[in-house]
Design a protein around this ligand. Structure first.
Ligand SMILES: Cc1cc2nc3c(=O)[nH]c(=O)nc-3n(C[C@H](O)[C@H](O)[C@H](O)COP(=O)(O)OP(=O)(O)OC[C@H]3O[C@@H](n4cnc5c(N)ncnc54)[C@H](O)[C@@H]3O)c2cc1C
Length: 303
């Protein structure tokens, strides 16, 4: 119930306009977001870099909170800055920010403008996966860019019934896949309603990805300690080097595990979000773990 309420608020315009102005909300969000500017994100990423942890930067906002052309220019500048500072950093983009609602060709050309810049600089671009209505177009566009640009990856969600088939269809491309459980409110017609099925499917998909390593770049984006342990065991059983196995997590979540995995020799990458349109994203983070609400409530009474 609470999860549904939080996911509902994530899409509520009235709340999105008002809550972010409140001081205690801003203080609470800082735990998951080092700041609103790309400079804040890069500074946090540079710090993680010293601990042997890579980062991936993403500008918050979906359904085009700012014009797609500006988002493209923004990311091109961020890529230049990452390159100039020689940071161990990648970026992750959302097709709704790149104009996909105005047509697939619009998003294709915007995406290409970003990945071609990244290619020129030797940098890597991930494509986020959004709500289920966007999955077909996201896969199409990934296939399109992957044919020309090797340093591109796609996120897939284990809560969708269709993902197993999608993954099978992508494997011949030797793709880079970031596997997540999925963060949107989806109905039982498209997604497993029971979390145990989402977790079971996650591990089955993870095994499939591990079978493709090292041709496939397999990035397991989860904080789930039990799944991480199982993936480590499955990788060992396949004789894979730790450096061939990648775990990704969100900034500020399970930070000690991020450091431990990096010390053990796994590749670890942390997603750092920034931007002013953080409300829906933050509500989804709370929905993932309603216990975080206590953190917000504590911030209401203490700085
Ligand atoms: C790098 C990265 C990229 C992502 N990209 C996308 C994307 O493109 N599309 C998409 O739909 N989703 C994306 N997600 C979100 C993902 O779908 C999940 O919603 C999120 O990762 C939580 O699921 P989990 O695998 O950690 O497992 P869960 O089963 O939700 O959580 C397992 C455990 O992790 C810890 N945990 C999880 N979330 C939190 C939290 N918010 N605060 C504190 N502890 C927490 C808790 O200990 C929890 O018990 C991304 C996640 C990551 C890490």
């Amino acid at each position: 119930m609470l999860r549904e309420a939080l996911l509902w608020s994530s899409e509520n315009r009235f709340l999105a306009e008002r809550l972010p102005r409140l001081d205690f909300v801003q203080r609470a969000v800082r735990r998951f977001m080092p700041g609103e500017t790309p400079e804040d994100a890069m500074r946090a990423g540079a710090h993680l870099g010293k601990l042997g942890i890579a980062s991936v930067l993403t500008l918050l906002g979906e359904s085009a909170t700012e014009p797609a052309a500006e988002v493209v220019e923004h990311y091109r500048r961020v890529l230049e800055e990452i390159h100039r500072q020689s940071l161990n950093m990648e970026i992750s983009v959302k097709l709704t920010q790149l104009g996909v609602d105005a047509g697939e060709e619009v998003a294709a050309s915007n995406l290409e403008s970003i990945v071609s810049k990244a290619e020129e600089l030797g940098l890597f671009v991930w494509i986020d996966i959004e709500s289920s209505g966007y999955v077909d177009v996201t896969l199409d566009l990934y296939r399109h860019v992957r044919a020309r640009y090797r340093k591109t990856g796609l996120c897939l969600q284990s809560y969708l019934y269709r993902t197993k088939e999608d993954l099978n269809s992508l494997l011949p491309l030797d793709p880079a896949i970031r596997l997540v459980k999925g963060a949107y409110a989806e109905g039982p017609d498209v997604a497993f309603p029971d979390k145990r099925d989402v977790d079971r499917n996650y591990f089955e998909l993870a095994e499939k990805l591990l079978d493709g390593v090292p041709q496939v770049r397999a990035a397991f984006a989860t904080h789930d300690a039990r799944i991480i342990r199982r993936i480590k065991r499955a990788a060992r059983a396949r004789g894979l080097a730790k450096s061939d196995v990648e775990f990704q997590m969100l900034y500020g979540i399970e930070a000690s595990n991020q450091k431990r995995l990096a010390r053990e020799g796994y590749r670890v990458e942390v997603l750092i979000s920034y931007g002013s349109a953080w409300f829906p994203w933050y509500m989804r983070r709370l929905a993932e773990r309603p216990a975080n609400l206590w953190f917000v409530l504590r911030k209401m009474v203490s700085p």
